[in-house]
Write a protein that binds this ligand. Structure first.
Ligand code: ZN
Length: 153
């Protein structure tokens, strides 16, 4: 969401809530128009909020921005849940399908029917397609799932 610049902006607001747009622009060394656009994007998701205050020095009304931490956590949690779902699907796919593979990192894996079609010869590298043991991959997926579940607690 907004990429690296949005991330930098969020970090800055987390460390120093209540910054003005021009202060953010100066700190991040990007155009103030770009800052406004980023803030607008983030506020669409309620990730940032502002207070309008009278700045005595400038003698005008200014926006002071802050990060909505709870919303940010909510968005991050939703994304983590999505990643966890995808990992579960991947795991189920490998658990329920016998796959065949030549053993080369760059080559894909094939179902039995596909491998049969190709006479158990990898169409990419010409290697022999053999039964793929997914236990190592599943162990890595389980590790990642455990990490995510810990973060979601
Ligand atoms: Zn291959």
């Amino acid at each position: 969401m907004g990429g690296v610049e949005a991330e930098e902006l969020a970090k800055l607001l987390l460390a120093r809530p209540g910054m003005r747009e021009d202060e953010i622009a100066a700190e991040l060394q990007i155009d103030v128009k770009r800052v406004r656009k980023l803030l607008h994007q983030l506020s669409e998701f309620s990730l940032v909020a502002y207070d309008i205050v009278i700045d005595k020095e400038l003698n005008k009304r200014v926006f002071r921005w802050r990060l909505q931490q709870e919303q940010v956590q909510g968005v991050v949690k939703t994304q983590l849940k999505r990643i966890a779902e995808r990992l579960q699907m991947l795991k189920r796919h490998y658990e329920s399908n016998q796959l065949y593979w030549c053993g080369s990192q760059g080559c894909r894996k094939y179902t039995f029917d596909e491998a049969l079609d190709k006479f158990f010869k990898c169409p990419t590298c010409g290697g022999k397609l053999m039964v793929y043991d997914p236990s190592e991959l599943i162990a890595v997926v389980d590790e990642k799932l455990a990490e995510i579940n810990k973060l979601l607690e």
